[in-house]
Design a protein around this ligand. Sequence first.
Ligand code: AHR
Length: 331
Amino acid sequence: MRTQSAPWRAAAVLASVLLVGGVAACGNSDTGGGGTKDDGKITMGFSQVGAESGWRTANTTSIKEAATAAGIELKFDDAQQKQENQIKAIRNYIQQKVDVIAFSPVVESGWDTVLKEAKDADIPVILTDRSVDSADKSLYKTFLGSDFVKEGKLAGEWLVEQKKTASGPVNIVELQGNTGAAPANDRKKGFGEAIAANPNLKIIASQPGDFTRAGGKQVMEQFLKANKKIDVLFAHNDDMGLGALEAITAAGKVPGKDITIITVDAVKDGMQALADGKFNFIAECSPLLGPQLMDLAKKVHAGEEVPTRIETEETTFTTEQAKEALPNRKY
Ligand code: AHR
């Protein structure tokens, strides 16, 4: 549990040595000192976005397992996709004087006040999975996670290659993540930039499906009702793509054939759909951030410098690659 940050602890130890030495020299044997006891165990307060997707479940498991393995005491809160719950959890962690706060921000904006409160309390903050748009980068130590723009770009580039001989319009519908979330903003941006290379590729409808299967299904039903010709679906995650599969099948269309489906994440269920030919391409987003997060927590707690940005290593999958990777897929 946190009592003081590393440099302060070092100063306190030195001060108490000097004090004890001074007192002993005066012939007083009282070495009580009066400081608070530090049991040496790091406590991390973690605020998770929610449990909206297979990715999120795998991410939560990774964090919990890694904390146990690293001997870090984890205080965990599920914010149920609500920013106000995350702010409340962070304020609780500040009150509890945890050693490190880590969180995956549900949306990008609106964090400056609470991050300033953590900074004033001398509690380091690590952003994991998603970042914030704060101009003051001193409000957090580092951001560990994916490059979401790159994921969108990889998805778009694959489509450009597939449709390079298309002579007429290719109608694309897009299922976005929750409004204001970094992966929703960035994947949209990366995908849009990549498909601009071919003017035949047009996004004819784009709506949030909140990263959930139910959201993906419901919005895809609306897309199918409102648009006669849909050639491609770009879903910002596997779960929305999996929900959309149900809507597509119910509408009498064959997913992966009548409608090309591109998603992001590469969780097992998504990879199975890709291996089965129901999805056509996935840009990977790794949820296994726990071990790196715990390592960073130890470093920032010890007062060590850490890189301000740590990018997760990721790849992409076609149907053939999914078939090969599935037997060893961890999440
Ligand atoms: O922030 C990562 C995204 O959040 C994942 O791609 C999505 O599945 C999750 O809900």
